[in-house]
Design a protein around this ligand. Sequence first.
Ligand SMILES: *[C@@H]1O[C@H](CO)[C@@H](O)[C@H](O)[C@H]1NC(C)=O
Length: 361
Amino acid sequence: MRCFALISQFVLLLICFQRYFMEEVNKYEVDPNGYLIFCLCMGRFGNQAEHFLGGLAFAKSINRTLLLPPWRTYKNVPFTDWFKLEPLQEYHKVIPAEQFMKILAPEVWPPGKRKGSCFSFEENAECKMKDGNPFGPFWDELGVDFDSTESYTVYYEEHDRWRTRFPATEYPVVALRGAPAPFPMAPSVRPLQQHLQWSDTIVEQGQQYVDRNFPKEKYVGIHLRNGPDWENACRHTEGGIGSFMASPQCIKPGGAQKVTKEICLPSTNSILKQLKQAVMETGATVVYVATDKNPLISDITEYLKDFQVKVYHQDPWLPQLDLYILGEADHFIGNCVSSFTSFVSRARKVRNKPTTFWGLG
Ligand SMILES: *[C@@H]1O[C@H](CO)[C@@H](O)[C@H](O)[C@H]1NC(C)=O
């Protein structure tokens, strides 16, 4: 009798599993317009995010389902580890790439039919989808090998030509070597940031730090980009240039205001002055510092001692926690040239939160 009960429970379990799996499959109907995937293979998170949003806008304009690429660190990080799926789905049809590979790829994009495409200015250029890091590991970790590759010469702005070049019947999945988007991103794409909302895990961890250290206090968040690579890069701004990396976020290319050394790599003295101004205006009791190198904690504490401001800096294991905390600040001062800053400034803009930039008051 007991044995029978056990067996019947086992059968129930099996049925349950099967139902669950069928639901997973039914959740995804095959898109007759096809799919798009590309590697976020350029730079660190800030650059990747700008490329992602551009690629998202592109996927919508050609009406293909976007396979959400994993973010790249030293490994692939599933897109939804860091961001919620639903706000993106409100904008366009998307599926996490890992889910697609597991559930739809065996039918839609089976091994043997996997073609990779590289943009090139010349016809018939070589296309090496998996050469080097992070290109190789990106596709390997998704379990993708390419059976053939090709180059194409159509710009991503040419939507009609693009659709003609890649018909869905012949290309159920278009797999691109890099993002079909410019860096820095097109200004028109910035508002799409509203669809990039932190996952519950990131919010919990970020908020935990705030609640433990300065719960409910007003704070100014600052981003100090001052590592040796940055000192090097900022040499290009000596004498002032029209545009440099993420600078269009606050300086219009071709306008009267130039990107100067003081904007790219502000002196400690001007950082302190500008910060003091922001602390006074917001009535903040806390300064939160995110940096790749020097958080200037003692300089800030000393300079602001009359205000009894506490200074926090955590160098978190996940830079996303810094981004979250900076996004929540009462005021944020960032580096105009940095795409780490531009992530925060966009996220704040779509929520009407104030941001200023070093060297621009
Ligand atoms: C976009 O593709 C979907 C199928 O995924 C289709 O139902 C819809 O009509 C297409 N929209 C346009 C504007 O072509």
